[in-house]
Design a protein around this ligand. Structure first.
Ligand code: GTP
Ligand code: SPV
Ligand code: MN
Length: 607
C-alpha cells in the first residue's frame, strides 16, 4: 500500500498505534491539504487565533486581553437535536427518545459525506482528556476537526494537547483506550475558492456509536455539535460507560456551599439547557456569612468512593455559558471570569469600542454590530445577541473556583437538585422522601424548551434529569440505572434529592421568586434539611417549606409572592398526571416498576 502524502500526517508526536492508524484513515478519507497535531502551546494558540482573525472568523476585542468575537452562520446557532443520533446495534438500546440508525447504514451515509470533505483545509488532531490529568484512569479522546475555531474552543473547554497526549501511553508502554471523535464542517474548498468566516453545511449529523465509544459529527461548527468532548463524549458516550461500570454521567453543575460556621457541603444540580446551572454554580449568596465556590457548571461524573459516598468530578476545563442575562447583578463571578480575557464570544454583539454586549448586560450601547453582523441600535426590532449566544472562558479564571476543582477523587455530594423552567405547578423547592422518590422526581421533571436547542421555544416537555437530549441509551434503562445506583448504596450515605423551580410566574407573568443570588436562601434550607434542622410540610408531591421555614430576611419580594412560589396546588398537579402517564407510555415497557409504584402513590395522594 502506498501511503498518501499529506503534509504533517507523518509527524505524529505519539507512537500509539490506534491513534496513528485512525488519523491516517481519516486523512485518507477526508483528504485535507495538511495535518496539524495540536500541542496546546501558547505559541500554537497565538498562531491559530491569528489565522482565525485572518479568516474573518475571529475579531479581536480591544477591551479584553486575548479575547475574540465570532459570529456563526445564522443557521448554525444551537444544538440540533433532530439531527443527533445514537447508533447502537439494536434500536431498542437507543430507545424512544433518541434518533436511531443502524451503525452500518449511518457509517455508509457519513463516509460519503466525509469523502474529500476537508479538501483545501487543515485537519487538526486534538488529543484531549476529560477530567483531571492526574486520574489513574484518565478519560481520553482525540478530536479531528477541520475548523480552527473548534481548536481554539477545545483549548478552553478541555485539557488538551501534549499534556493529554502524554497520557495515551502508560509508563510501562501500554496503549490506553481513547474515544475517536471526528468533526468536519462539511465545506471543502475548491482550488481558488474563497473561504467564509463560518463554514458549515445544511446537512448535519451529530452521531454516536455507543458500543464502539466513537463520535462522528458533520456540518455544524456550533458548541455542543462540534466541541465533541462536551455533550457527545462527556454525556452521551460517558452515560453508556457509566451504565456499564456502575457510575453516573450527568448534565449537572457542581458547587460547594460554605456555611457561616465554615461547614462545607457539595451539591450537584441538573437543570435543562439554559435553565440556570451556570448561574447557580457561580452564585453569590445574598444571605450573610454563606459562601459558594464553583467546581463545574454543566457536567458531573459521579462515582461511589471507598467510604460509600457519591463523589463528583467535572470533566470540563472551561465554561461555555449562555451570554444573555449574564450581568454584574445576576452573575458577577462570570463577569469577573470573562473580564480576565482568554475567551471566545460567539453570537453576541460587538460594540464600536471593541467590546462585547448582549441583552441583559449593563451599559447598553447606542450602536453595535449584531450577531448577524448588522447595524444595531436600541431601537432595532431584533436582539443584538442571539438568545443562545455564548462565552467560552477558562474555569481557572473564575474568582470563586474551589481549590479542589482539579482533584481526580472529586467531591462528596450531599444533595442533588433537579429543576426545570416551569411557569406554573412546580413549587420553588420540594424535598424527596427518599432516593426512589427523588429518582421519580427526576424521571418526571419537565421544562419549557429554550433557545439552547433548535426548535420551538417555550413548549413544556418531559426532560428526565435534564438528560433528554444527552442520554446515550434507552431512557427506561437509564432510569433503571438510577434506581439501581440507589439500591447499591448505603442509604444514609446517598445524597438527599430536591426538586427546584426558579421560574414560577404570577398572573402578570412576572417571576415570583427573585432567583440568582437569592437562590442561596433555598440552598440554606437544603443544608438545614440535611442537618435535620429545618421544617418542611408533607404535601402530596413531597416535603415543601413554608415561607417561615425559609430565611427570607431582607428579601424585596412581597411575602405573598414567596407563598405563591411555594404553593402546591393539587388541581394543577392533577393536571400533570395524564402528562406523566403519557410520558411513561412513551418510554414503554422499560419504565422501572418502582417508578410506576411512585406514580400510583402520587395519584392516591392527590386524591
Ligand atoms: P446551558 O449552558 O445551556 O446548559 O445552560 P445553564 O443551565 O447553565 O443556564 P444558565 O445559568 O446559563 O441560565 C440560562 C438563563 O436563565 C440565563 O438567561 C439566566 O439569566 C437565566 N437564569 C438563571 N438563573 C436564574 C434564576 O434563578 N432566575 C431567573 N429568573 N432566571 C435565571
Ligand atoms: C447545552 O445546550 O446544554 C449547553 C451548550 O451547555 S452546548 O455546548 O451547545 O451543548
Ligand atoms: Mn448544558
Amino acid at each position: 500500500m502506498t501511503a498518501v502524502a499529506i503534509p504533517g500526517l507523518d509527524s505524529a508526536p505519539t507512537s500509539h498505534s490506534r491513534v496513528l492508524s485512525w488519523v491516517r484513515e481519516v486523512a485518507e478519507l477526508t483528504n485535507p491539504d495538511r495535518v496539524v497535531w495540536v500541542d496546546g502551546s501558547d505559541e500554537e494558540a497565538a498562531r491559530i487565533n491569528a489565522e482565525l482573525v485572518e479568516a474573518g472568523t475571529f475579531v479581536p476585542l480591544k477591551s479584553k486581553p486575548n479575547s475574540y468575537w465570532a459570529a456563526s452562520d445564522p443557521d448554525d446557532v444551537a444544538r440540533v437535536e433532530e439531527r443527533t443520533y445514537i447508533c447502537s446495534q439494536n434500536e431498542s438500546d437507543a430507545g424512544p427518545t433518541n434518533n436511531w440508525m443502524h451503525p452500518d447504514e449511518m457509517k455508509a451515509t457519513m463516509q460519503e459525506l466525509y469523502r474529500g470533505c476537508m479538501r483545501g483545509r487543515t485537519m487538526y488532531v486534538i488529543p484531549f482528556c476529560m477530567g483531571p490529568l492526574g486520574d489513574d484512569n484518565p478519560k481520553l479522546g482525540i478530536e479531528i476537526t477541520d475548523f480552527a475555531y473548534v481548536v481554539a474552543s477545545m483549548r478552553v473547554m478541555t485539557r488538551m494537547g501534549s499534556k493529554a497526549l502524554e497520557k495515551f501511553v502508560t509508563a510501562d508502554g501500554t496503549e490506553r483506550e481513547f474515544v475517536p471523535a471526528l468533526h468536519s464542517v462539511g465545506a471543502p474548498l475548491e482550488p481558488g475558492q474563497a473561504d467564509v468566516p463560518w463554514p458549515c453545511n445544511e446537512t448535519k449529523y451529530i452521531t454516536h456509536f455507543p458500543e464502539e465509544r466513537m463520535i462522528w459529527s458533520y456540518g455544524s461548527g456550533y458548541g455542543g455539535n462540534s466541541l465533541l468532548g462536551k455533550k457527545c463524549y462527556s454525556l452521551r458516550i460517558a452515560s453508556v460507560m457509566a451504565r456499564d461500570e456502575g457510575w453516573l454521567a450527568e448534565h449537572m453543575l457542581i458547587l460547594k456551599l460554605i456555611s457561616p460556621e465554615d461547614k462545607v457541603y457539595y451539591m450537584a444540580a441538573a437543570f435543562p439547557s439554559a435553565c440556570g446551572k451556570t448561574n447557580l454554580a457561580m452564585l453569590q449568596p445574598t444571605i450573610p456569612g454563606w459562601r459558594v465556590e464553583t467546581l463545574g457548571d454543566d457536567i458531573a461524573w459521579m462515582r461511589f468512593g471507598k467510604d460509600g459516598r457519591l463523589y463528583a468530578v467535572n470533566p470540563e476545563y472551561g465554561f461555555f455559558g449562555v451570554a444573555p442575562g449574564t450581568n454584574w447583578h445576576t452573575n458577577p463571578n462570570a463577569m469577573r471570569t470573562i473580564d480576565q480575557g482568554n475567551s471566545v464570544f460567539t453570537n453576541v454583539a460587538l460594540t464600536d469600542d471593541g467590546d462585547v454586549w448582549w441583552e441583559g448586560m449593563e451599559g447598553k450601547p447606542e450602536h453595535a454590530t449584531s450577531w448577524k453582523k448588522q447595524d444595531w441600535t436600541p431601537d432595532s426590532d431584533e436582539p443584538a445577541a442571539h438568545p443562545n449566544s455564548r462565552y467560552c472562558t477558562p474555569m481557572s479564571q473564575c474568582p470563586i473556583l474551589a481549590p479542589e476543582w482539579d482533584d481526580p477523587q472529586g467531591v462528596p455530594i450531599s444533595a442533588i437538585l433537579f429543576g426545570g423552567r416551569r411557569a406554573t405547578t412546580v413549587p420553588l423547592v420540594n424535598e424527596a422522601r427518599d432516593w426512589q422518590h427523588g429518582v421519580f422526581m427526576g424521571a418526571t421533571m419537565s421544562s419549557e424548551k429554550t433557545a439552547a436547542a433548535a426548535g420551538k421555544v417555550g413548549e413544556v416537555r418531559r426532560d428526565p434529569m435534564a438528560m433528554l437530549p444527552f442520554m446515550g441509551y434507552h431512557v427506561g434503562d437509564y432510569l433503571n440505572h438510577w434506581v439501581e445506583v440507589g439500591k447499591n448504596a448505603a442509604d444514609n450515605k446517598l445524597p438527599k434529592i430536591f426538586y427546584v423551580n426558579w421560574f414560577r410566574r404570577g398572573d402578570d407573568k412576572r417571576f415570583l421568586w427573585p432567583g440568582f443570588g437569592e437562590n442561596s436562601r433555598v440552598l440554606k434550607w437544603v443544608v438545614e434539611r440535611i442537618e435535620g434542622k429545618a421544617n418542611a410540610t408533607e404535601t402530596p408531591v413531597g416535603l415543601v417549606p413554608t415561607a417561615d421555614d425559609l430565611d427570607i430576611d431582607g428579601i424585596k419580594e412581597p411575602r405573598e409572592d414567596v407563598d405563591a412560589a411555594l404553593e402546591v396546588n393539587v388541581d394543577e398537579w392533577r393536571q400533570e398526571i395524564p402528562l406523566i402517564e403519557e410520558w411513561f407510555a412513551k418510554i414503554g415497557d422499560k419504565v422501572p416498576s418502582t417508578m410506576r409504584d411512585e406514580l400510583e402513590s402520587l395519584k392516591q395522594r392527590l386524591g
